[in-house]
Ligand binder design. Structure first.
Ligand SMILES: [Zn+2]
Length: 253
């Protein structure tokens, strides 16, 4: 099966509704490639390693969470940017990238899929543009202390995590927001969370965690955003009967 690039773009836009978000870069088709697509490769970031893997996999399109273009870049096509673009253009590969719309999608997004992996149900949303999720364990039970929640996250994501404020109290209300959502911590506290999970930890939040009695778990930016891109790409690929493959380029950050 194959489909038109323009139909693919329309399907991704319909699914993810980028017009609803104020974002840090362009969502949608970032680099135009071949007019028809048979196979989509999804990944977290449009790194050179992912592009090379997509070329080896004969993909006509790459679908990622972190594209190539961000507000604040100086715009020069040199060095690593030249290399990534040269590969995409030489192999006529379309690059689709969706940032906040992919975090936010209620079933297929990074936050919904991270909750699914961790066995958490979403009860409400919080924070700027309602990107954060607040909920609890599917069975309604509490974790007996923050360390047990941190151990659970580390086990599920198969990587070490950082825990600040090893609260001994029961952890029932859990807030999470994938990626670099450090600045969502105070909104999570205000929303009533006992613990907050995100990808990264920054200096100010460590103190806030200690002072507010809310545990902070940093589980890796990449690890927290591994699940949205394959879920959304598989969904759209299935609509058109296209092949889809998720390629995970590991990242310690
Ligand atoms: Zn991210």
């Amino acid at each position: 099966m194959m489909t038109q690039r323009t139909d693919l773009l329309a399907a991704f836009d319909t699914l993810l509704q980028p017009e609803r978000f104020r974002d840090f870069g362009p969502n949608g088709l970032q680099v135009e490639g071949c007019a028809t697509v048979q196979k989509i490769v999804s990944g977290v970031t449009a790194s050179r390693a992912l592009i090379e893997a997509a070329i080896a996999a004969n993909a006509g399109a790459i679908f990622v969470h972190h594209g190539l273009f961000w507000r604040g870049q100086d715009g020069r096509v040199t060095g690593w940017m030249k290399q990534r673009l040269a590969l995409l253009l030489a192999h006529d590969i379309n690059l689709f990238a969706y940032h906040l719309p992919l975090d936010a999608h209620p079933e297929l997004g990074n936050n919904a899929q991270l909750g699914l992996q961790l066995g958490l149900i979403v009860q409400s949303r919080f924070g700027e543009q309602d990107l954060g999720c607040l909920g609890e364990r599917i069975d309604g039970t509490a974790f007996d202390g923050a360390q047990l929640l941190a151990d659970h996250v580390a086990f599920v994501l198969n990587r070490p995590v950082s825990l600040v404020n090893n609260a001994q109290k029961a952890i029932k209300k859990i807030a999470w927001c994938s990626g670099g959502a450090q600045t969502y911590f105070e909104a999570a506290i205000a929303a009533g969370a006992d613990a907050f999970i995100t990808g990264e930890l920054s200096e100010p939040q460590a103190h806030i965690a200690r002072e507010c009695g809310v545990a902070y778990i940093a589980c890796g930016h990449h690890a927290s955003e591994r699940y949205g891109a394959p879920a959304a790409a598989a969904h759209v690929a299935a609509q058109f009967g296209l092949a889809h493959e998720f390629i995970d380029i590991d990242n310690p950050a």
